[in-house]
Design a protein around this ligand. Structure first.
Ligand SMILES: [Zn+2]
Length: 75
């Protein structure tokens, strides 16, 4: 018998696929990655600093990080 379904998550940095419990879950908060928060938009990433740094760099390029700063101020 198979045991319960294990959800596979994809690292948003290197696209490595792994069971959810092997990756860390982050949310973006004030332009930073905050680990293990159970709210907001979750991003999965490998538990290595290297991968997390790459992820944050990528998100900044995509302007995802900036989105939570846009309070109507223009430059
Ligand atoms: Zn990764």
């Amino acid at each position: 018998m198979k045991r319960g379904h294990v959800p596979i998550r994809t690292c948003r940095s290197c696209r490595n696929k792994a069971p959810g419990h092997e990756l860390r879950r982050f949310i973006l908060k004030e332009g930073r990655l905050v680990e293990d928060a159970r709210q907001g938009y979750g991003l999965y990433c490998c538990p290595t600093r290297e991968c997390q740094t790459k992820l944050l760099t990528r998100l900044r390029k995509q302007k995802v990080v900036r989105a939570d700063k846009e309070d109507g101020s223009i430059e």
